[in-house]
Each structure stands twice: as structure tokens, then as C-alpha cells.
Design a protein around this ligand. Structure first.
Ligand SMILES: NC(=O)c1ccc[n+]([C@@H]2O[C@H](COP(=O)([O-])OP(=O)(O)OC[C@H]3O[C@@H](n4cnc5c(N)ncnc54)[C@H](O)[C@@H]3O)[C@@H](O)[C@H]2O)c1
Length: 249
């Protein structure tokens, strides 16, 4: 039920953190994975480590704002499984925090472009290749910030809230093609959260808001992506699953 044998997957931002963990988990579940990232070396080393562990993976440079690069990666992924692509994970992300009064329009736009624009661009590039036999999946990544708001990142919260709207609308649009579209709201100890975790005051405040009282390792998040990608979630679409130790309850 959770096997991804015979499926291909394209994961964005998979050179580090949660994306890398998802790429590894998909390969362990049997998928052939195109590990993409704007950072060529990071994507290459994740793909190499998957192959060294006996899995199927190749890497590609994809800046999620670049439709041509996304198209090439979708072709690569489809070629791994006879012309059809099965799973797209829109995971790539970057932050540019600032209090609202001081945030520049460039900071605001950049984060919107990567998270929300990137999710749009990569999903649209992949769509012509996505399987329409009930195995096609788009899995987006939102955040607690997009669900309940946050301080110092209106750009990121707006982008992540936008991804929720995009996910629900796309789920309705693509249902006729038997493609499901879901989103995850993770929380994990990655480079993106390093500033919080290494600042004593912020770390304490954040931990106080996590009922399970600890940060997850990225590998702990990956199983929920395998669920959404697999036959186990064939009747689940338009949903947002928080994998965050209970932060958003
Ligand atoms: N870590 C958390 O607690 C947390 C919480 C909520 C949401 N998220 C979301 O999870 C996703 C993964 O975050 P992470 O914590 O693994 O971060 P990370 O910084 O470890 O990894 C992000 C990856 O995205 C890549 N990237 C950045 N800009 C890109 C672009 N324009 N095109 C392609 N790749 C690009 C980076 O090179 C990096 O490999 C992001 O969407 C993030 O917003 C993370």
C-alpha cells in the first residue's frame, strides 16, 4: 500500500533538509527520483547517496522560478518510468525575514516568487507528464506560518497561505484527471530553522509552542510524503496535513 515501486518522482529543493529526506524516503519505497535543486552540487550529492544505497536517482538543476528547467526535469522524471511522471513535490524554499515596517518590496516579492510562484511553475511544467491513472500526485509544502500567521515574515506567511489556496483549487481542477493535490505543513531541524534553534530566546519560545516539546529530524517528516505519494492516499485530495509535533492544533 505504501510502495512506490514503478513510480517516478520529481522533488524540488531536494539538495538539503526536508527535500533530501523525502527524496531518500521515496527511493527507499521504490521510486525513481529526480533530485532537483538550485544548488547543483547539493542535488548531485543527494542523488549519488541514493544510488550508493541501491536506489534509483538522478539530479538536475531546477530553480523553481524557471519554467524551462522545470520542464526538462519533468521530462527526465517521466523518462525514468516509460513516459509518465507520478509524483511532484513542491518543496523548495528560502526565507527573507524582516519586520513588516522594514521589509522591502524586493524581500516580499522574492519569497512569493520562490514559494508560491515556484509551486505554480513546477506544477504547470509537470502537468502534461503526470499519470492520469490514479497514481498522479502533486504534494505541496506549506507551513504553520501560512495557517496561523507569524511575526517577522509576512512574505513567507502570505506565500504559504497562498499555497493552501492553490492546493485546494488545483485538487478540484485536477480531480477529473485522477490527480490528487495535497499539502504538508512540516516542522523540522534544518538549515531553514537554524537561526531560531541557535537563538536561546527564540528556541525557548518555539519549543514552548510545540506540544511534543522537540524538533523533528527531517527524516521524521518524510513518511507523511510517502503516504500522500502512495496508494494509501488514493482517496485523499485537497488536504493540509501538519507534521509539526502538534504546533497547529
Ligand atoms: N524546516 C521547517 O521547520 C519548515 C517549517 C515549515 C515549512 N517548511 C518548508 O519546508 C520546505 C523545505 O524546507 P527545509 O527546512 O528543508 O529548508 P532547507 O533550507 O534545508 O532546504 C531548502 C532547499 O531549497 C533550495 N532552494 C532555495 N531556493 C530555491 C529555488 N529558487 N529553486 C530551487 N531550490 C531552491 C535550497 O537550495 C535548499 O536545498 C520549504 O518549503 C519550507 O518553507 C520548513
Amino acid at each position: 500500500m505504501f510502495s512506490l515501486e514503478g513510480r517516478s518522482a520529481l522533488v524540488t529543493g531536494a539538495g538539503n533538509g526536508i527535500g533530501a529526506a523525502v527524496a531518500r524516503a521515496f527511493a527507499t519505497a521504490g521510486a525513481a527520483v529526480v533530485v532537483t535543486d538550485v544548488d547543483k552540487d547539493a542535488a548531485g550529492s543527494v542523488a549519488d547517496s541514493i544510488v550508493a544505497a541501491g536506489g534509483r536517482a538522478v539530479s538536475a538543476v531546477v530553480d523553481v522560478r524557471d519554467a524551462a528547467q522545470a520542464h526538462e526535469a519533468a521530462v527526465m522524471a517521466a523518462d525514468l518510468t516509460g513516459g509518465r511522471l507520478h509524483v511532484v513535490v513542491n518543496n523548495a524554499g528560502a526565507i527573507a525575514p524582516a519586520m513588516f515596517a522594514k521589509m522591502t518590496h524586493e524581500q516580499f516579492q522574492r519569497v512569493l516568487d520562490i514559494h508560491l510562484g515556484g509551486t505554480f511553475t513546477v506544477s504547470q511544467a509537470a502537468l502534461p507528464f503526470l499519470a492520469e491513472d490514479g497514481t498522479g500526485r502533486i504534494i505541496n509544502v506549506t507551513s504553520a506560518a501560512g495557517l496561523v500567521g507569524t511575526i517577522g515574515q509576512v512574505n513567507y506567511a502570505a506565500a504559504k497561505a497562498g499555497i493552501v489556496g492553490l492546493t485546494k483549487s488545483l485538487a478540484k481542477e485536477l480531480a477529473r484527471r485522477r490527480i490528487t493535490v495535497n499539502a504538508l505543513a512540516p516542522l523540522a531541524a534544518t538549515a531553514m530553522t537554524e537561526n531560531i534553534r541557535t537563538n536561546d530566546k527564540l528556541a525557548e519560545m518555539t519549543l514552548a509552542r510545540i506540544p511534543l516539546g522537540r524538533w523533528a529530524d527531517a527524516d521524521e517528516i518524510a513518511g507523511a510524503f510517502v503516504f500522500f505519494a502512495s496508494d494509501a492516499a488514493s482517496y485523499v485530495t485537497g488536504q493540509v496535513l501538519a507534521v509539526d509535533g502538534g504546533t497547529v492544533i
